[in-house]
Design a protein around this ligand. Structure first.
Ligand SMILES: [Zn+2]
Ligand SMILES: [Zn+2]
Length: 356
């Protein structure tokens, strides 16, 4: 009887399976091989009424020096669990322009078409590209990229500002391995023409810049600056993301949050941002349950691996895992992967952590 049941069940499964794979009597399709329609969610909780949106505000396509067509960027971002991507091709450096025709607006038009087809947010940007001291800046939320194509980069920034763009200073430590705040940056920040700072870009971060962002009210940003295929660089690991704490999932809400400074940089399970945002984010991510006096469970509901130290002990709470937590003899807990300054980590009092 059991054997018969098993045979019936197996036969049913085979029938369902074959039905799913049968395209016609001569062609079968192995649908489960197709990963293009599978998205890996990145779980990072919201807090205080904000949603945490995962965004990449710096990507390239063949329309500048990237190696992929714009709609590929959108598909990659969707599959990797992002909520929005900006296409930010170089204005001045377009080595493919002889063969890839189209003006400065073209890469966004193609990416947006793909985004609209799959319900994904695509932001129109451009990278203003000069040598240091100015370096590179991304202008985001543009209407028309053409007015930015001018000789004087300060005029290009003005043209972006005139469109209400959010301007970020890219990779301040590249290419000379020196993170230098030049007078031109101080001036632009003072004039509110630079609003964000890439404290992480591609594979590198600039710890000295954590204090600059914090002290000069610039939005913390972490972006891929991807040129080739995203999986070639990050594989199944976490790509860099700018976390945006937004009232809703829309381009308008992202823009509002960027200008309000409600962001954090997220790279390789490290977070950099203001304590006022990282503190509630950590509390929303690490949920504490008391077992009895001195004994707790800490459940990490996020996809970020957390490292904490207290009383000379190291506690690692992997993404999506729960650890047994015996209360150490210490008044405070340092969240080692949460940077709130150039050499400062987020600290929670033990009481705040355990009793909230
Ligand atoms: Zn650049
Ligand atoms: Zn770039």
């Amino acid at each position: 009887m059991r054997k018969k049941c098993f045979c019936v069940l197996f036969g049913l499964m085979a029938a369902v399976s074959l039905q799913a794979q049968l395209r016609n009597e001569e062609v079968y399709e192995v649908t489960e091989m197709n990963r293009s329609a599978v998205r890996t969610e990145v779980r990072i909780p919201g807090f205080d009424g904000w949603q945490t949106l995962k965004c990449d505000f710096h990507t390239h396509t063949v329309f500048s020096d990237g190696q992929v067509w714009p709609d590929i960027r959108v598909g990659e971002a969707w599959r990797q669990g992002l909520d929005a991507v900006a296409i930010t091709d170089h204005i001045e450096y377009r080595p493919n322009k002889e063969v890839v025709l189209g003006d400065l607006n073209q890469s966004y038009i193609l990416a947006k078409k793909r985004g609209d087809a799959i319900g994904f947010i695509v932001i129109k940007g451009m990278e203003i590209t000069r040598s240091k001291p100015l370096g590179h800046l991304n202008a985001l939320f543009l209407d028309d990229s053409l007015p930015l194509d001018v000789e004087d980069p300060l005029k290009a920034i003005d043209a972006a500002i005139a469109q209400g763009a959010f301007v970020m200073w890219n990779h301040p430590g590249w290419p000379d391995d020196r993170s230098t705040l030049y007078p031109v940056h101080e001036q632009l920040i003072r004039e509110k023409k630079i609003h964000g700072l890439e404290v992480f870009n591609s594979m590198e971060y600039y710890p000295v810049c954590f204090n600059w962002a914090r002290d000069m009210n610039l939005s913390f940003m972490a972006n891929s600056d991807i040129h080739g295929l995203i999986n070639d660089d990050y594989g199944t690991g976490m790509r860099p993301m700018t976390l945006v704490f937004a009232r809703e999932k829309s381009a308008e809400a992202i823009k509002e949050a960027l200008f309000a400074g409600r962001t954090a940089a997220c790279f390789n399970h490290e977070l950099a941002g203001l304590a006022e945002y990282l503190r509630p984010l950590v509390k929303a991510s690490l949920q504490v349950r008391k077992i009895h006096e001195g004994a707790y469970e800490v459940m990490n509901v996020s996809d970020i691996n957390y490292r904490m130290t207290a009383g000379g002990q190291l506690f690692i709470v992997p993404a999506g895992k729960t650890i047994a937590f015996r209360q150490p003899q210490a008044d405070a807990l340092v969240i080692e992967n949460c940077h709130v300054g150039s050499a400062e980590r987020l600290t929670l009092s033990m009481d705040e952590f355990l009793n909230r």
